[in-house]
Design a protein around this ligand. Structure first.
Ligand SMILES: [Zn+2]
Length: 82
């Protein structure tokens, strides 16, 4: 038996699962800056690689993560899945 999807709060159509890239522009810019900063840290500071690599991974995680969404095929209303 397939689990039922929640209905759309606006038009009561059954919603579909979808994913989308992070919409928060500030967060994306921050992740790019963090990525560049971590490269700089690795190149400039002798032990920068210890902090730089985890920072780089964190920035990649925030820059490329996908958000899970419910999307209404009828009226395009969407909200985050948890
Ligand atoms: Zn709808």
């Amino acid at each position: 038996m397939a689990p039922t999807n929640p209905p759309c709060p606006q038009c009561d159509t059954e919603m579909e699962k979808s994913t989308e890239a992070e919409r928060n522009t500030a967060l994306r810019i921050l992740s790019v800056l963090l990525f560049l900063g971590s490269i700089l840290l690795i190149l400039v500071v002798p032990i920068g690689i210890v902090v730089g690599i985890p920072l780089m991974l964190i920035s990649l995680f925030f820059g490329f993560r996908k958000r899970k969404m419910w999307k209404c095929p009828n009226c395009d209303y969407d909200f985050e899945r948890f």
